[in-house]
Design a protein around this ligand. Structure first.
Ligand code: FMN
Length: 259
């Protein structure tokens, strides 16, 4: 029996078929494209690391240069040592943090960068020169600004103290205000600044009103973006402190071969 095209049943059946076909298409696309998305995310990460390490040029074979020059390591923040048995290529800090044994719980006084509880392990990227000596150490950092968590790679020289570069690659601050964290004219000021003060604590900070030219640890705060600037300072203070990468960076600085 033919269905009446003007009936409610016909309309419902057509709507149900369209929903079914649409959902099958969307789920198939999600499954089929997942490996490509994962590969793209990894490529993007590698480009950002090479860029902050000064090794990126348009047209290079990113994966090949990365494999040749960059070595990823998983660090245990509680010991400052390279973590045994953790494979950097599939290390996922969020998944690690689900296990309470691998999680660092921060009090609100400790959590100056607004990162919340996180894995007690983290990645670093050692960049080697042609003679296989460490030339840069790239540390992932993040912290809360005004509207968003801001993610960056911070590159240090082989002294594990002097800034070689900073690259913010994910943030949602206001374009033209906090969003200026990505402005190369501003990030250029970071080069040559020193992270640690005489006492060994993090002395690097953004200075409201402008840093004086002879300030070894200061960079101009972003104008009209005091809260984003505080977030940037606190991200560096947190991730380069004893709570995270400082122990490991000290080992690199002392030339510990097993880094
Ligand atoms: C539309 C709008 C967007 C803003 N975006 C930011 C921002 O991205 N980062 C930031 O620190 N402040 C931003 N501000 C400014 C802050 O609200 C705040 O006034 C600013 O950080 C200066 O703080 P201060 O007055 O204590 O120096 C924005 C303000 C407005 C009205």
């Amino acid at each position: 029996m033919a269905l009446n095209k003007d009936s409610k049943a016909y309309t419902l059946i057509v709507a149900a078929v369209i929903c079914l076909v649409g959902s099958v298409l969307v789920s198939t696309a999600a499954v089929v494209l997942k490996p490509q998305q994962t590969a793209n995310r990894q490529l993007d990460r590698q480009v950002n690391i090479l860029r902050v390490a000064g090794l990126y040029e348009p047209g290079i074979d990113v994966a090949a240069v990365f494999d040749e020059r960059v070595e990823a390591k998983v660090i245990d923040f509680t010991t400052g040592e390279v973590a045994e048995g953790k494979d950097p290529s599939n290390f996922d800090p969020k998944a690690e943090a689900r296990d309470p044994a691998n999680r660092l719980s921060l009090s609100s006084a400790e959590d100056i960068a607004g990162v919340g509880d996180h894995s007690k392990f983290g990645l670093v990227y050692l960049v080697r020169d042609k003679d296989d000596k460490i030339s840069r150490i790239v540390v992932p950092i993040h912290g809360y600004g005004l509207w968003s968590t801001m993610y960056a790679f911070l590159a240090l020289e082989s002294d594990a103290d002097t800034v070689a570069g900073i690259s913010y690659y994910q943030q949602a601050e206001t374009p033209g205000l906090g969003g200026e964290v990505e402005n190369p004219r501003w990030t250029a000021q970071w080069e040559g600044k020193e992270i640690y003060g005489e006492d060994g604590d993090v002395a690097f900070r953004l200075v409201r009103g402008g840093a004086s030219p002879d300030d070894k640890h200061g960079v101009d705060a972003l104008s009209g973006a005091t809260l984003t600037s505080k977030g940037v300072t606190n991200s560096v203070r947190y991730w380069l402190s004893n709570s995270a990468y400082r122990g490991y960076l000290e080992k690199v600085r002392k030339g510990n071969a097993d880094v």
